[in-house]
Structures are given as C-alpha cells and as structure tokens.
Design a protein around this ligand. Structure first.
Ligand SMILES: *[C@@H]1O[C@H](CO)[C@@H](O)[C@H](O)[C@H]1NC(C)=O
Ligand SMILES: *[C@@H]1O[C@H](CO)[C@@H](O)[C@H](O)[C@H]1NC(C)=O
Ligand SMILES: *[C@@H]1O[C@H](CO)[C@@H](O)[C@H](O)[C@H]1NC(C)=O
Ligand SMILES: *[C@@H]1O[C@H](CO)[C@@H](O)[C@H](O)[C@H]1NC(C)=O
Ligand SMILES: *[C@@H]1O[C@H](CO)[C@@H](O)[C@H](O)[C@H]1NC(C)=O
Ligand SMILES: *[C@@H]1O[C@H](CO)[C@@H](O)[C@H](O)[C@H]1NC(C)=O
Ligand SMILES: *[C@@H]1O[C@H](CO)[C@@H](O)[C@H](O)[C@H]1NC(C)=O
Ligand SMILES: *[C@@H]1O[C@H](CO)[C@@H](O)[C@H](O)[C@H]1NC(C)=O
Ligand SMILES: [Cu+2]
Length: 571
C-alpha cells in the first residue's frame, strides 16, 4: 500500500518539485493509496455499513519524518462526495492539498480521485487526517504522526512504545442522515450513542466487551501516548486509572512538560503524554467522557463513557474473564474550572519570540444564533426557529459552483466578497444573560478577510451567550498560532492586554474559546491561500460558524501559492 523512495536529485527533478531548499538530504517521498469505501461493521449490538478508508476504522496511520513529502491518492468508491483534510499540517504554498470542501477544492465525486501532495516543514508530534465533507469525518479519520528528522531526537527520553489513541464519536445511524435531518428541521442534530477509543466503545456499552481496545504494556517502561480528539461534536475529558500523565506536546508543538491526572481535548486537538508504568501488575482503564460546557439547562449530551484497557504484562496466563480493571476519576461533565486549569498549564518549552508589532487587530465574535422559520413551515429550533451560528454576525455560506481557492486563483467574480468585518458590526454585552433577541439573527453570506503576506495578526475570539454560551473549539487552517491569553466575560483590552503571555505562550492549531469567554491568538500570515477558520464542532460549522482568510502572495517566488494540481476535482 505504501512505498518509500529515498529522494535524490533526479527524482526531485522528475517530480517537478520547485526547490531542493525544502528537502533535507534524508527527506523521503511517501506514497499512499486511500480508497474511500463502504465497509460493514458492528458496534453497540448493531451491524451496519460505514464509510472507511481502505476498509479500516480508524483509518490507516501515516507515519512520517519532519521534512518528508507525502503523496496520497484518494480514490472515492463510496456513494458520497468526499475530501480529506490533513489537520494541522501547515501546507506552506500547497493550499490545494488542504481539503475542506468548497474552500480549497471541489469534493471528489463518487468514482473520482485526487492526489494530495504536501511536505511537512518544521512540524513534529501528533496530527491527524479526516474527511472535511458533510459529516463523513465521523468514521473517516486516522493519525498522522511526525517524528524528528533522521539523527534528531525528541526533547525527552526516547519512549519505549508510541501508542496513538484516537477518541471518536459514534452514532447507531448513518451520520450523514443525522446531519441531513437536522438541516431539514432546523433543530439540534441527534446526540451520539457512544464515544470510542481507536474505534471501540469499550466495556461500559452493550456488546462491546470482547472488542475493547487493549494496550499491552510492561512494568517500568515509559510510553508516549498520542491522544487525538476526532469526536464530531464533543469535547472530552480523559484520564488513566492510578497513572499520572506528563504532557509533552499539543497539536504537534512541544510543550514545557507538566504532570496531570486529567486531560481535556476539544475536537481537533491532540495531546502527547508520557506515562511511566509504575503501578502494580494489573489492568487500568483509560476512560473518556464529555465536557459539556453549555450554560443552558437541560441540553441533551451524550453522557456515556468510553474505555480502553492499559494491561500490564504479568508474565502469566490471565484467567477468563480477566480481572476487572481499575476505573479513574474524571471531572464532572460541567467542570469548566478543570478545563481552564488544564489549558493554563500548557506552555511553550522555552521563551519564544512572539510576533509583533501587530498589523491586524481583529475581534471576532463566535456563537450561536436563530433564523426565522420559512413561512408555512415548522422548525425544530427554539420557538419555531432554525438554529444558526456565526462569526461577527456572518453565518458562513459555502459556495457550491466552485471552491473559494479556485475562484481566487482564476479571479472568478461573484463567488465571495472580502468585506468580512474586522470587528463586530454591533458592539453589545457579548456574554450577558439577557442579550436582546433583536441581535440573535445572523446574516448568511460568503465573506472573507484579506490579509497581506507576512502581516502580524492578532485575533480576539469572543464567545457570545446568544441562544447559549458554549466552549467553541476554533481551528485555523494553514497556521499554528500562539494563544496569548484566555478569560471569561467580555474581552477588555484596557485590563486584559496585561494578561498576555508574551514569554512562553503555547502554540496550537485549535483553541477552545472558554464558555462565555474569550481567547486571544497571534500568528504571522506567511502562508498564501484561502484558509478556513471554524468551530470544530461539526454541528456548529454546519450552522455557519466559520469564515476564511484570503492571504495574499508575497513578492518572492517562494512566497506564492503554487499552481493547482492537474487532477484538482471540478464541481
Ligand atoms: C545520521 O547519522 C549517521 C551516523 O552518524 C550518518 O551516517 C548519517 O549521514 C546521518 N544522517 C543525516 C541525515 O545527517
Ligand atoms: C433522531 O432521534 C429521534 C428521536 O429519538 C428519532 O426519531 C430519529 O429517527 C433520529 N434521527 C436520526 C437520523 O437518527
Ligand atoms: C444494554 O442493554 C440493556 C438491555 O437491552 C438496556 O437496558 C441497557 O440500557 C443497555 N445499556 C447501554 C449502556 O446501552
Ligand atoms: C450521566 O450519567 C450518570 C450515570 O452514568 C448519571 O449519574 C448522571 O446523572 C448523568 N448526568 C447527566 C447530566 O445526565
Ligand atoms: C454541574 O452540574 C451539577 C448538576 O448536574 C450542579 O449541581 C453543579 O452546580 C454544576 N456545576 C457547575 C460548575 O456548573
Ligand atoms: C422563546 O419565546 C419565549 C416567549 O416569548 C421567550 O421567553 C424565550 O426567551 C424564547 N426563547 C429563545 C431561545 O429565544
Ligand atoms: C440586561 O440586564 C442588565 C442588568 O440588569 C440591564 O442593565 C440591561 O439593560 C439589560 N439588557 C437588555 C438588552 O435587556
Ligand atoms: C446581525 O445582523 C442582523 C441583520 O442586520 C441584525 O438584525 C442583528 O441585530 C445583527 N446581530 C448582531 C449580533 O450584530
Ligand atoms: Cu462551536
């Protein structure tokens, strides 16, 4: 399925790669074939077909080194159009390979194919890939592990084993039917039936006992666990019974190591932890369950718990059934204080040069809204409305005739405008309990914000309490950013600028904007193209919680978007 080729001058030339500058002498080109297909599976006592890559669930793990080039030929043999996003990969100058449907490409139609080609430049750690079309990412996802270059090492002692642990969210139904039903009725999509670890719900669900994910370990060793939250709509707490975890990286950026007994990952985020197997020979649950942040009362959420088992090698034959594993303590589903404490502990390994001075001071609200029900219909949103979501009161509409990037590259008018507001069109008390209902209706539009190449961007993400306040995991495509500060209530520069961490702020690609609060991020717009920024809860992006940056080309050759690949799908 995959072959590796030592890159040499001739091959570089044949591939028409632009510059040798990007490729170290040890860099490789990896080829993969991803066949998107329908695959029968059985979970929670129910057998049905899901969409997979190569029949695997979770999909294949891609393992590369920093500097490698990856070419993945995606062949669509499923009944839905599909795209694949390489979550967190910078995609420098290769926006064509980023993947969000109708943003950087038209979807790959059933029977079609598309080759994604990109190079990993200066990134190490755990990323992942997932479908970026409809709700297919419910089952179409896998790990993307980036190791240091040849002869380079981790900034920590070499772990004995490296174990990817992908948290997922499972519906007994076809997830595409779930989103279609919600889009038709205007109401909240049905909640999931289970969470999963490496595709398995675990012991606490019916019919799952035999397939529970088991992680074999040996006493004394220190292992690297690579957690990925691939859940569609749910932020998750994770803990391991009786074991401390030392966080060493998040979103493929190393962190100052710190020890914790619980993690919180929002969808889109990854967390690498070192765990020393220092407990008595036994079996220990790794467990995950929801952090349900909404401030509204009686909002349904999936209140189930997924488990895997860390199983010490006892040098013996275990009895059947083996002893009951020990269960860890997890925070309450609404423990926002635990989330804040965990996020506040994440820092860059040493002091960094935070980009500045700021050229673009942006302030975007992120939150929900309500739209009128079409006349003569009934809608399932509150008070016969349709649920919506927006940034700065713009509920993002994805084009259908072409992708934003193609429209930009070919200068096609009428697909988008570049008048996305830099600040909220109407300032109000964003997190008040009684926001006027006259403010709740966003405007549907395809508005982008233009950024000059190399401009320093500071973006305040301000949650709103419209309909309900909630923690929104905001993901920026094509960029990593520093998180300078987070807080509750309305961001107030006079008071909150002083809280900026300009010494060792964490670098991430997805920030959980605190419920009824704010987060401030900063990055340099040094990657030309069109880059989606959106809530990574799929329910919210479906309602329009997104916008896109149009980053202009720079002056130099290596500061421009590459030309589109010849097999770029048409709409
Ligand atoms: C890695 O180290 C080995 C042994 O020292 C050396 O032969 C090899 O050239 C090095 N590779 C790179 C890419 O530096
Ligand atoms: C959503 O849940 C409702 C109530 O349980 C059920 O009637 C409906 O069939 C579900 N829809 C889908 C698409 O699963
Ligand atoms: C397991 O099945 C039993 C019997 O059908 C049911 O009562 C129970 O709610 C199920 N438990 C879960 C976690 O689905
Ligand atoms: C979640 O489920 C547990 C039982 O597993 C129950 O005790 C708790 O009340 C439930 N919480 C909510 C908010 O539904
Ligand atoms: C969490 O929910 C419980 C009830 O389910 C409530 O008693 C408690 O006050 C809530 N805690 C917070 C921090 O909201
Ligand atoms: C629904 O309408 C009632 C009565 O007008 C109002 O009190 C309530 O706030 C409304 N709910 C929402 C979510 O707007
Ligand atoms: C919300 O409540 C505050 C405090 O009671 C009040 O000052 C404000 O006018 C109210 N705003 C709206 C829109 O009703
Ligand atoms: C959003 O725009 C609509 C239409 O102009 C307006 O009615 C509404 O008050 C605005 N809401 C906010 C939060 O700006
Ligand atoms: Cu959201």
């Amino acid at each position: 399925m995959e072959c590796f080729a030592k890159i040499n001058l001739l091959l570089t030339f044949l591939l028409g790669l632009n510059s040798l500058l990007f490729y170290g002498i040890d860099a490789e080109v990896q080829h993969h074939e991803f066949v998107v297909q329908e695959t029968p599976v059985k979970r929670l006592c129910v057998a049905h077909n899901i969409i997979t890559v190569n029949g695997q669930f979770p999909g294949p793990t891609i393992e590369v080194k920093n500097g490698d080039t990856i070419i993945i030929n995606v062949v669509n043999q499923a009944k839905y159009s599909v795209t694949i996003h390489w979550h967190g990969v910078r995609q420098l100058r290769t926006a064509w390979a980023d993947g969000p449907e109708f943003v950087t490409q038209c979807p790959i139609k059933p029977g079609g194919s598309y080759r994604y080609r990109f190079t990993i430049e200066g990134q190490e750690g755990t990323l992942w890939w997932h479908a970026h079309s409809s709700w297919l990412r419910a089952t179409v996802y896998g790990a993307l592990i980036i190791r240091p270059k040849e002869n380079a090492s981790y900034p920590f002692a070499m772990p004995k084993r490296e174990i990817p642990l992908i948290l997922g969210e499972w519906w007994d139904r076809n997830p595409v039917d779930v989103v279609r039903e919600a889009t038709r009725t205007g109401g909240s999509p049905n909640i999931s039936d289970a969470f999963t670890i490496n595709g398995q719900p675990g012991d606490l669900y019916n019919c799952s006992y035999k397939e529970t994910t088991v992680i074999p370990v040996k006493a004394g060793e220190t292992n690297l666990l690579r957690f990925i939250n691939a859940a569609l709509n749910t932020e998750l707490f994770v803990a391991i019974a009786n074991h401390k975890m030392t966080v060493v990286a998040t979103d493929a950026s190393y962190t100052k190591p710190f020890t914790t007994s619980v993690l919180m990952l929002a969808p889109g985020q990854t967390t690498d932890v070192l765990v020393t197997m220092d407990q008595p020979l036994s079996r220990y649950y790794i467990a995950a369950r929801a952090y349900a942040s909404t401030s509204a009362k009686n909002v349904a959420f999936d209140n189930t718990t997924t488990t895997a088992i860390l199983e010490y090698d006892c040098g013996c034959t275990r009895p059947a059934p083996p002893p009951q594993p020990i269960f860890p303590a997890l925070p309450a589903y609404n423990d926002t204080a635990a989330v804040s404490a965990f996020n506040a502990a994440i820092k860059s390994p040493s002091s960094v040069e935070v980009p500045g001075p700021v050229d673009e001071n942006l302030f975007f609200t992120v939150g929900l809204g309500l739209l009128d029900c079409p006349k003569g219909k009934t809608c399932d949103g509150p008070n016969n409305t349709r649920l919506a979501a927006s940034m700065n009161n713009v509920s993002f509409v994805f084009p259908e005739v072409t992708s934003l990037l193609q429209a930009h590259y070919q200068r096609l008018p009428g697909v988008f405008t570049t008048d996305f507001p830099a600040v909220p069109p109407v300032p109000f008390d964003y997190t008040a309990e009684n926001v006027s209902s006259s403010l709740s209706q966003p405007v549907k539009a395809t508005k982008l914000y233009k950024l000059k190449y190399n401009s320093v961007v500071q973006l305040v993400l301000q949650g709103t309490s419209i309909v309900t306040g909630e923690n929104h995991p905001i993901h920026v495509h094509g960029y990593d950013f520093y998180i300078l500060a987070e807080g509750f209530g309305n961001f107030n520069p006079a008071k909150d600028n002083a809280k900026f961490n300009l010494v060792d702020p964490p670098m991430r690609n997805t920030v959980g904007v605190p419920v009824n609060g704010w987060a401030v991020i900063r990055f340099v717009a040094n990657n030309p193209g069109i880059w989606l920024i959106h809530c990574h809860l799929d329910a919210h992006i479906t309602w329009g919680l997104a916008m896109a940056f149009l980053v202009e080309n720079g002056e130099e050759e290596l500061q421009s978007l590459e030309s589109p690949p010849p097999d770029l799908p048409a709409c």
